[in-house]
Design a protein around this ligand. Sequence first.
Ligand SMILES: NC(=O)c1ccc[n+]([C@@H]2O[C@H](COP(=O)([O-])OP(=O)(O)OC[C@H]3O[C@@H](n4cnc5c(N)ncnc54)[C@H](O)[C@@H]3O)[C@@H](O)[C@H]2O)c1
Length: 336
Amino acid sequence: MKILITGGAGFIGSNFIHYWMKKYSQDEIVNLDKLTYAGNLSNLRIVENLPNYHFIKGDITDKKLLEKLFKKENFDLIVHFAAESHVDRSITDPDIFLKTNILGTHNLLCMALKNRTRFHHVSTDEVFGSLKKNDPAFNEKTPYDPRSPYSASKAASDHLVRAYFHTYELPITISNCSNNYGPFHFPEKLFPLFITNLLENKKIPLYGDGEAVRDWLYVEDHCRAIDTIIKKGKIGETYCIGGNSEKSNKEVTYKILALLDKNEKMIEFVKDRPGHDQRYAIDFSKIKNELGWEPSVSFEDGIKKTIDWFSTNKAWWKSIKNGKYKEYYDKQYANH
Ligand SMILES: NC(=O)c1ccc[n+]([C@@H]2O[C@H](COP(=O)([O-])OP(=O)(O)OC[C@H]3O[C@@H](n4cnc5c(N)ncnc54)[C@H](O)[C@@H]3O)[C@@H](O)[C@H]2O)c1
């Protein structure tokens, strides 16, 4: 099978490439990635010289490039990860979110349609909005209610993918997943930011009162869920993926502090982000009952594995933190 993976140099995309190439070593993978600040080819060192792995630096908003690529290659499957993915960045600079997440997805759908290529769209639970403390968890029937430019752009992309199924019978599936954590996580998100700051004995910036609740899933479990949907999912369907691990940011923070033998003096409370969603939770009974997937890594084990990975891969994250990312980080947390 020949697979086009978009955004394969990012956090989840690179984990997915490692997962897939280990499990289906006969398949051929083409990784198309623009290499934005979040794309990092050093995530792919282990596979970069394999004859069945190819990297193309390119932008999914570049229609000409896509036309050329699809003329040359005949893909059996597209797994679409490429996106602008950081909520904070979408608040300060929404334009690129609309361009990449909406127009970029649309370009890929047009290409898929020409060749009737099977298309899996990787999306987020943030499209469903925010829950109150005792609200039932999100499921596939929850109405969309995105609240940040990021989640609004992902919601629009989900609608387009579904529209291509209903209008043109393009063979698609969609997954909406909760927050991931694990290896190769870019150190601007909570888990890697806190772990790497603490490994450097630096303070950790916690938003607001730290009571925002997220459901956490170890990234390899997400990759296995996407694999399950690709192999066994029903065409045209959406599947919610969750970790069964609802935790407040404060709980996660205290867990990381304890595992790294640090105390709460390392916490620096910073002003909350505008429109910060209070709670996300996922009911993943559809994928569990229909396709037999459920998370296999507990939060306890996942967080230990993640801390181990960041402790043994210091060169990976230090090079990111010393580079351009640093300018963004200084601006983002200035005046707190
Ligand atoms: N991180 C999470 O917790 C999470 C949870 C659920 C769903 N998702 C979704 O999974 C996907 C991957 O998320 P991630 O956390 O790995 O993101 P990421 O930001 O780490 O990686 C995104 C990748 O896409 C590439 N990219 C960005 N714009 C591009 C463009 N115009 N053309 C080609 N490549 C481009 C970047 O270079 C980067 O390699 C996204 O669609 C995101 O919405 C993420």
